[in-house]
Ligand binder design. Structure first.
Ligand SMILES: N[C@@H](CCC(=O)N[C@@H](CS)C(=O)NCC(=O)O)C(=O)O
Ligand SMILES: [Fe+2]
Length: 363
């Protein structure tokens, strides 16, 4: 086997390369876009084929290299189905397994908290904890739909119940620590050892950390595996469905079709009636530049990529049972956004068919 822990100094991110040298299949966990050449060289030097590029979550502090690795090498991208990254090939769920090499298995452990879709990966005696459990710390929970309560449960019930000598490989470290193990973290992690859930929540509420520098750019980009949205959609449409029976996204249109089965769409004329006759909120999920060029009166601008971490800051959207009409340019992004918001607990979301273009034609 070949196993490497790589470090991106700019974002203090750890990336992991695991490869089986017998059949040359490799997996990367949390690759960073600026380190693409390092990965390509490592893979080439060792004559490796990259099978999967796994994400522990949609990152807020750096852009993933997974989309570029897919474009260049055909590796499948994988991220939790709860991350709103519909263009990823594999929508990960708790308990899933990834096979590579000669019978090597990576097991998925859902560890929500830092984000709702945060995931840890267990391979042999190693657990890759992303930003759930860090060495002597843990990922923050104050943006992207984070939850300190969920973080506490994930760490204490899912990670601390692994065998004591499981080696912990974190997603980041900001002070030069590389690894730890479960026993060490369970007994000495200052945020968790001997702490009740209430004490942990209190600690997390008082971290007062500055916002990651790249958050406004990285979160939307990572929804599309780090590549441009249009490019990602095209790649999804062109991608040939492989023989892997896992939940793949064969193309964006099929995926959208599936999503549309589970949301409610509304014609622009009906939307107009609702807006005139009842209390509804209107959310524009296009990018800010599109919003600035023209929008529906009273619409709140909330670009799709920012929904999970900005929605809590918008008082009008605090009641999850309010009627909310979501629109974009053509009705696609609003359908995906409606799905995301439903997953966040909103119960009355209506996606406007045909988007702003149809609104202008019909109203
Ligand atoms: N200063 C960093 C922010 C780092 C940050 O907020 N990292 C997140 C992970 S994405 C975290 O959970 N940090 C935990 C901590 O700093 O204790 C940046 O600008 O990128
Ligand atoms: Fe993170």
């Amino acid at each position: 086997m070949l196993f490497k822990q790589l470090f991106d100094k700019e974002s203090c991110t750890y990336t992991y390369l695991i490869a089986d040298l017998s059949n040359k299949q490799a997996v990367l966990i949390d690759p960073v876009d600026t380190q693409l050449d390092v990965y390509l060289n490592l893979l080439k030097e060792n004559n490796l084929t990259l099978k999967y590029s796994l994400e522990t979550h949609v990152h807020a502090d750096h852009v993933t290299a997974s989309g570029m690795l897919r474009q260049k090498l055909g590796a499948k991208t994988a991220v939790s189905s709860l991350c709103g990254a519909e263009s990823a090939d594999v929508q990960i769920q708790d308990g899933d397994t990834f096979e590579f090499g000669d019978g090597e298995i990576i097991k998925v452990i859902a560890t929500p908290g830092h984000t709702p879709g945060s995931t840890s990966f267990l391979w042999r005696d190693k657990v890759f904890t992303g930003d759930s459990l860090l060495v002597g710390g843990c990922g923050r929970t104050d943006f992207q739909g984070g939850s300190s309560e969920a973080q506490y449960d994930s760490i204490t019930q899912r990670l601390f119940t692994l065998s004591d000598d499981t080696i912990v490989y974190p997603g980041h470290d900001y002070s030069g620590r590389w690894i730890s193990n479960i026993s060490q973290e369970r007994t000495a992690n200052p945020r968790l050892a001997g702490k009740t859930k209430a004490e942990f929540v209190e600690i997390m509420a008082n971290l007062n950390l500055p916002k990651p520098k790249l958050i406004d750019m990285a979160v939307p980009a990572n929804r599309y595996c780090g590549v441009d949205e249009e490019q990602a959609n095209q790649a999804a449409v062109q991608r040939v469905e492989g023989s892997d029976p896992r939940r793949q996204t064969p193309n964006m249109d099929d995926h959208l079709h599936q999503i549309k089965q589970n949301i409610t769409e509304i014609h622009p004329k009906k939307a107009k009636d609702l807006i005139s006759n009842s209390t509804v909120y209107i959310v524009d999920v296009r990018e800010e530049s599109e919003f600035d060029a023209g929008y529906i009166e009273n619409a709140i601008s909330l670009p799709r990529g920012l929904i999970e971490f900005k929605i809590q800051t918008i008082p009008e959207l605090s009641d999850k049972s309010s009627t909310i009409i979501v629109y974009c340019a053509s009705g696609k992004r609003s359908a995906l956004s409606a799905h995301t918001m439903q997953n966040m607990g909103y119960t009355n979301i209506l996606s406007m068919e045909g988007g702003y273009a149809a609104w202008k034609q019909n109203v």
